[in-house]
Design a binder for this molecule. Structure first.
Ligand code: NAP
Length: 311
């Protein structure tokens, strides 16, 4: 059977991939967008997006993503659910294996984003779904009137702590330093929330559990060495993200943290393969920067495909 052929295949269904899809299909390039899970990427777990322009008061991540998708459909973007297993550079064409089937295209956009990092403490994995979570929007409502903890002090952690305070009786925010990384506005919301208690200079050293799930969290003050037991039955880990690029090893150059090496023009080390959004080495990782990347990648590809015709 001959492989289906496209101008562009976009890998990833978050804001970067969807914007690239919108631009590419509007430019009448034959485009396929592949997503492993559900369209929307990390935004599907965002409680309230307050810094996407045009929505004073903020908008829910899933609501914003459904609008993005609706907009892409308007221009006829073709989408599919599937996992990209292999990318081969054949020069003027790239061959992708998706769920065992081969597809050809002239250019690829990698927009695979990033996944939440694990804390790496013993018992963490076994307690996922039984007290340990990486998504407050998904699991917060299971923790009504009980004490919980959020680990980390970035924007995600601060947003999650404030959101979780709606349900939980108490929210401990455990941070390894004595200063928060998060933006001032979120910091003020955390400090102004009576249910949130900061546990500064502290790291998680162990998890207690019984057959019902998590029953407590052991922490240690890194300055004094003093241990403390937190009576928490939920632990929301928000200690940053890891790029989803493992399948690209040997395909394009990655940096030491696993991000795809690509500049502002989204070009990777391989002509015809572009990278957009959170999976790319970049200074800022926001919806707005992902959207910008998606638009740049699609327009760079228009030019790339035009140049191919004359090469
Ligand atoms: P982040 O900014 O990298 O923050 C991670 C937090 O976890 C930091 O407080 C860090 O501590 C802590 N941490 C990292 N590794 C740890 C470990 N092993 N043990 C304990 N603590 C650890 O990650 P993020 O909050 O997920 O944000 C990712 C990106 O998305 C950022 O660019 C952020 O601005 C953006 N974002 C933006 C919004 C928004 O604008 N509304 C919302 C969410 C995310 P240190 O501070 O000590 O390093």
């Amino acid at each position: 059977m001959t492989a289906q052929e496209y101008d562009i295949i976009i890998i990833g269904g978050g804001p970067a991939g969807m914007t690239a899809g919108l631009y590419a299909s509007r430019a009448e390039l034959k485009t396929l967008q592949v997503e492993k899970m559900i369209m929307g990427g990390q935004m599907m777990t965002a409680t309230l997006v307050e810094n996407w322009p045009g929505y004073p008061g903020g908008i829910d991540g899933p609501e914003l993503m459904s609008r993005f998708q609706e907009h892409c459909v308007e221009f006829g973007l073709e989408t599919m659910t599937g996992e990209v297993e292999k990318i081969e550079d054949l020069g003027k064409h790239k061959r992708l294996t998706i769920d065992g089937k081969e597809y050809l295209c002239k250019a690829v956009i990698i927009a695979t984003g990033a996944n939440p990092s694990k804390l790496g403490v013993e018992g963490e994995e076994a307690l996922v779904g039984r007290g340990v979570s990486y998504c407050a929007t998904c699991d917060g409502a299971f923790f009504r009137n009980v004490p919980i903890a959020v680990i980390g002090a970035g924007d995600t952690a601060a947003e999650e702590a404030v959101f979780l305070s709606r349900f939980a009786s108490k929210v401990y925010m455990v941070h390894r330093r004595d200063k928060m990384r998060t933006t001032k506005i979120l910091q003020n919301r955390v400090f102004g929330n009576e249910k949130i208690e900061m546990v500064w200079d502290s790291v998680v050293t162990g998890l207690d559990s019984d057959n019902t799930g998590l029953t407590g969290i052991k922490v240690k003050n890194v300055k004094t060495g003093e241990p403390r037991q937190l009576e928490a039955v939920g632990m929301f880990v928000a200690v940053g993200v890891n790029p989803v690029t493992q399948f690209l090893d040997g395909v394009v150059e990655l940096d030491e943290s696993g991000y795809v090496k690509a500049g502002e023009n989204t070009h990777t080390s391989v002509p015809g393969i572009f990278a957009a959004g959170d999976c790319r080495t970049s200074y800022l990782k926001q919806v707005s920067t992902a959207v910008g990347d998606g638009a740049v990648a699609a327009t760079q590809i228009e030019k790339y495909i035009e140049d191919l015709k004359h090469s």
